[in-house]
Design a protein. Structure first.
Length: 469
């Protein structure tokens, strides 16, 4: 029984989807004016992990995550680069796919773009105008915030306490046009040299908040199961989405709201505006992307993550320990017996570990506790693989369960490279040298392989080799 902490109600609730066995999930995606930093990637990885676990629990997940490809930042970047706004968006959408694929992020059911949904946005705004929730001023369209009586419920802030322009996307000149300073833009009238589209109230482009309301309801329906995004989006972005969507449809917009914690650097939230960020594009050139994935996926999604050399090194160490456990069991398959009298006992232990893992992950996707259970599985794998006699049935079950659970975190340990015959030949020559007590030649071979990045492990079951990580 999965429980989700619902930001809307501020408590954990039993997850009951609209349709049994199916989940409609929408995650706010990036504004594509630059490469993503690991603060952006944290949300992507966190909810990819949530999606993976839901699928592991046999739910069919329809997963939608948008691209904001029309925005002030994109327009500024286009001017700086002397290209069009669509060209900027295309460039960084392609980069996003490359970076997140390296992090093991699965494909969304769809990644809708604002520019592809302008007619639907115009139609949506027209309904809000017709219902009296929106009004036109000089080609701009604004939402009447106070008219929506439940405004502020998600963020827990009284409407009279709300900070004007909290999204940092509101120009001061706009306030002179508004009926109320708290009203927000649904449509912005065209300015010189800006990308624009035609609407009944004049040429212009969508405001920031309207896009997600339109694309979420278009792809998932008037009511969705889960709406997710970064903690910083709860107000005003998600608050405005609720106001727009429920005013238009008359239905609850989302039943469960999930928000991931920040990535911090020097105890401050990582962001491009503060200049304290590290691009995923650069990081994965310097390290195994799975280390970065492991670093983010194994912290419970609502918790903040502190990024520094020590925490990355810790993730690397822990991931390598798990990899070694996997390799230990894989190696013993070569001399395993078909069955042993102890098989049933070990298979029961595996069943218990799986049950414990599910219990931990069912509790609001607690990946920190979930990975702790996997560490216990790895410990059992290490102990078993060191026995003189091992069973093929147990080894196979261990590997299968280990792979099954690790893939929820987006981590795979399958063989990436073919065994090099030359390495095997050298190892065989070294083994012969050791039998003949020719330790000089034995050491020469070890040193030669070490220079090539090949590490030898002499075990009671024989010599194993691995490439240096």
């Amino acid at each position: 029984m999965i429980k989700i902490y619902n930001t809307l109600t501020r408590e954990k609730e039993v997850f009951t989807p609209l349709e049994p066995g199916k989940v409609k999930m929408y995650v706010c995606g990036p504004t594509v004016y630059n490469y993503i930093h690991i603060g952006n990637a944290r949300s992507t990885v966190a909810f990819d992990t949530v999606r993976r676990y839901l699928e592991y629990r046999d739910y069919e997940v329809k997963f939608i995550s948008n691209f904001t490809d029309v925005d002030d930042k994109i327009i500024r970047a286009a001017k700086e680069l002397n290209v069009t706004a669509p060209e900027v968006a295309d460039r960084f959408i392609e980069a996003y796919y490359k970076d997140t694929k390296a992090l093991g992020v699965g494909d969304a059911t769809a990644n809708p773009r604002v520019m592809d949904n302008i007619p639907e946005i115009v139609d949506f705004i027209a309904v809000l105008i017709e219902k009296g929730y929106a009004y036109i001023v000089d080609g701009d369209v604004y939402y009447r915030t106070r008219k929506f009586k439940k405004y502020g419920r998600l963020s827990g802030i009284s409407i009279d306490e709300l900070e004007v322009g909290a999204s940092n996307r509101t120009e001061m000149s706009e306030n002179n046009k508004k009926e109320d300073p708290l009203d927000f833009a649904l449509w912005k009238a065209v300015k010189a040299d800006e990308i624009n589209w035609e609407a009944p109230w004049g040429f212009g482009r969508p405001g920031w908040h309207i896009e997600c309301s339109v694309m979420a309801t278009k792809y998932l329906g008037d009511t969705i199961d889960i709406h997710a995004g970064g903690q910083d989006l709860s107000f005003p972005h998600h608050e405005n989405e609720i106001a727009q969507s429920e005013a238009k449809t008359g239905h609850t917009f989302a039943n469960y709201w999930m928000h991931n914690g920040f990535v911090t650097m020097d105890n401050e939230k990582m962001s491009k505006s503060l200049g304290n960020f590290v691009l995923v594009h650069d990081m994965i050139k310097e390290m195994d992307p799975q280390i970065l994935r492991f670093f983010m996926a194994t912290t419970q999604y609502r918790r903040p993550i502190s990024y520094n050399e020590a925490t990355i090194e810790e993730a690397k160490t822990n991931l390598n320990k798990l990899r070694r456990s996997y390799d230990n069991v894989s190696y013993r398959l070569a001399d395993a017996l078909k069955v042993l009298p102890s098989d049933l006992d070990y298979l029961k232990q595996l069943t218990g570990i799986k049950k414990q893992f599910i219990e931990e992950m069912d509790d609001d996707f607690n990946s920190a506790n979930g990975i702790t259970v996997i560490y216990e599985l790895a410990k059992l794998m290490n102990i078993y693989s060191e026995q003189d006699d091992v069973s093929e049935a147990v080894l196979t079950a261990m590997l299968s369960q280990f792979e099954e659970l690790m893939q929820i975190f987006g981590i795979t340990f399958g063989t990436k490279e073919l065994v090099d015959n030359k390495i095997e030949e050298l190892i065989e020559e070294r083994n012969t040298a050791r039998l003949n007590k020719d330790f000089k030649r034995s050491d020469e071979i070890r040193d030669l392989l070490k220079k090539e990045g090949i590490i030898l492990d002499d075990t009671p079951q024989g010599t194993r080799w691995r490439r240096k990580q």
